[in-house]
Design a protein around this ligand. Structure first.
Ligand code: ATP
Ligand code: MG
Length: 343
């Protein structure tokens, strides 16, 4: 187990800056999610930890070692990709064994040796038991479901006993139901192993449900780091505010309030037009029914606002005038130019 530290890391591809002066500490044993839209630099950041890409500037530490000059194999970390890249001609057991064949372990006296067959078999059995793969060890990948393949890839990552796991959208090939199940499995795995995990996704729900802390990136730049609750409740800027939440935070201009005003859909209460103390007034548009809640679209001074309502709230007729009530502590302010939070 180890912490991972980015110190002023920049990565350029030609003129393009993929990662821009990133400083971030992933704590020892932490499950940290790197979250951001497509192209924001998540995979590049991960590849630099693994040693697959070299930073253009800055330094990376894993544990107490500066790893800038170490080969990938010397970094003692394991990477799980979106495409599981299992060997199709090998059984599950041989796939799990494969990274151990080249692996060397140091004895207390400093000598280095390969793992014995018995040691490898023991690790395969342990990993298979932990991930429910015991009955599949003799199958080949083609005879597995997507979720099973995903677990084989995880087992293969575990057996090397790395200091840290790097995971790049490992659930994106799974259907929605399996993704939810595997999410929970990964969280349990992390609790059991306690190994540092850096997990990359563009899916905010994955980030919110799995992370100890979330680091949000946009255009190669770190926007905010915090627990899921912190980044949701106190977004550092407009980007974070609108990247998190489904539907995302409403951000609009209002007469009498400086900059941009943000309010989450669940924090708006609709009342009859003219209600005292309203933040604004608007006109009801379409309503979306989701079974457990409703999303009511309201136009406020030409700007769209979504309001989340319980299904037993009165039905809002399209075209009707409404007042929007928001308690002050649920209002967010963002700077006109920079989009930074105004407190
Ligand atoms: N080998 C490369 N050569 C040139 N540009 C690259 C290379 N790899 C990545 N980039 C660029 O760097 C930026 C960041 O790419 P990266 O793959 O890290 O994004 P990402 O956040 O992982 O996106 P996604 O969610 O789509 O996987 C993108 O603009 C991408 O086009
Ligand atoms: Mg990527």
């Amino acid at each position: 187990m180890s912490s991972i530290v980015f110190e002023g890391i920049t990565k350029r591809f030609g003129d393009a800056v993929a990662v821009d002066d990133l400083s971030l500490e992933v704590r020892d044993g932490e499950f940290l999610v790197l979250l951001g839209p497509s192209g924001c630099g998540k995979t590049t950041a991960l590849r630099m930890i693994a040693g697959l890409d070299a930073p253009s500037a800055g330094s990376i530490r894993i544990g107490d070692r500066v790893v800038d000059d170490l080969e990938p194999a010397e970094r003692n970390i394991s990477m799980v990709f979106q495409s599981y890249a299992l060997y199709p001609h090998m059984t599950v057991a041989r796939n799990i064994e494969s990274p151990m064949l080249a692996r060397k372990v140091a004895a207390p006296d400093g000598t280095v040796r390969k793992l014995t067959k018995a040691e490898r078999s023991q690790r395969i059995a342990e990993a298979a038991a932990g991930l429910g793969l015991e009955d599949l060890l003799d199958r080949k990948p083609a005879a597995l479901s997507g979720g099973q393949r995903q677990r084989v890839a995880l087992a293969r990552a575990i057996v090397g006993r790395p200091e840290a796991f790097l995971m790049d959208e490992p659930l994106s090939n799974l259907d929605a139901k399996l993704r939810v199940a595997t999410r929970a499995e990964l969280v349990r795995l992390h609790e059991r192993l306690g190994t540092t995990i850096v997990y990359v996704t563009h899916d905010q729900v994955e980030a919110m449900t799995m992370a100890d802390r979330v680091a949000l990136l946009d255009a190669g730049r770190l926007q905010q780091v915090g627990t899921p609750q912190e980044v949701y409740d106190r977004p550092a800027n407009r980007f974070v505010a609108q990247f998190l939440g489904s539907p995302p935070m409403n951000v609009l201009r209002l007469d009498g309030r400086p900059g941009w005003t943000g309010v989450r859909p669940e924090h708006v209460e609709l009342a009859p037009a003219g209600a005292p103390g309203a933040l604004a007034e608007g006109v009801v548009g379409a309503t979306e029914w989701l079974g457990h809640e409703r999303h009511v679209h309201v136009e406020v001074a030409g700007q769209p606002v979504i309001v989340r309502e319980p299904v037993d709230a009165p039905v809002r007729a399209p075209g009707g005038a409404v007042a929007l009530l928001v308690v002050p502590e649920h209002l967010h302010g963002f700077d006109d130019d920079t989009g930074a939070r105004i407190t």
